[in-house]
Design a protein around this ligand. Structure first.
Ligand SMILES: CC(C)(COP(=O)(O)OP(=O)(O)OC[C@H]1O[C@@H](n2cnc3c(N)ncnc32)[C@H](O)[C@@H]1OP(=O)(O)O)[C@@H](O)C(=O)NCCC(=O)NCCS
Length: 182
């Protein structure tokens, strides 16, 4: 995917591009910090134990794949968001993948998540193999659900007791978007 720039409401420029192996060091700072800022993801900061080599290998594998994607968002050269689209390389499920999305908390509400999702859609629409985007989201994550619904995602399933956090269960929605868009 070609890199793209978008103008945000405050006049700043948001840059979105595919991740490369050299981004591994930035991600080793960004991911644990952002994991600590939210309880909407499955992995906790304590469980994130990737080494630089492992992260670089992961990015290299995704970049070499035709059906997977890792996008980074930067504002003023600072990494502020990441989106992954990861599927399995089995013939019967190769047309689909699952989204992971995370934005630095101090940047929430500026459109970074929306622009990352729109970049994924453009990539997926141009990719002849991809016809379905899936994601899972906590029922309590209203910000994310409203973002996905505005982009056309539909609730396709409901997973009860999907997560257990501090002794409390929460459910997940399965949400999905079929491509090409109508
Ligand atoms: C969910 C997340 C990725 C959204 O990123 P973002 O950059 O804030 O997203 P945007 O600014 O593009 O859009 C946020 C949407 O939430 C809406 N919103 C803002 N505050 C809200 C609130 N308190 N309650 C509900 N919706 C809210 C905005 O109006 C916007 O919707 P719109 O595009 O229809 O106007 C980000 O909050 C995040 O990283 N959260 C923690 C990790 C996470 O939850 N990831 C998703 C897992 S499925």
């Amino acid at each position: 995917m070609d890199a793209r720039s978008s103008r945000l409401a405050d006049g700043k420029t948001l840059e979105i591009r595919e991740a490369v192996q050299q981004d591994a060091a930035d991600l080793l700072e960004f991911l644990p910090r952002t994991f600590e800022e939210t309880d909407c993801l499955i992995m906790t900061r304590q469980e994130f134990d990737q080494t630089l080599d492992q992260e670089a290998n992961f990015l290299g594998k995704v970049a070499a794949s035709t059906t997977q994607l890792a996008l980074l968002a930067h504002i003023d050269s600072r990494l502020v968001g990441m989106l992954t689209f990861i599927g399995r390389d089995l013939e019967r499920v190769r047309h689909t993948g699952e989204v992971g999305l995370i934005v630095s908390q101090d940047q929430w509400g500026r459109g970074v998540g929306r622009h990352l999702m729109l970049a994924l859609h453009d990539w997926a629409i141009q990719n002849p193999l991809i016809t379905k985007i899936d994601l899972r989201v906590r029922l309590s994550n209203q910000r994310a659900i409203s973002l996905y619904e505005r982009l056309g995602y539909e609730i396709e399933g409901w997973i009860r007791r999907a997560v257990l956090i501090d002794g409390e269960y929460d459910d997940h929605y399965w949400m999905g978007l079929k491509l090409p868009l109508d």
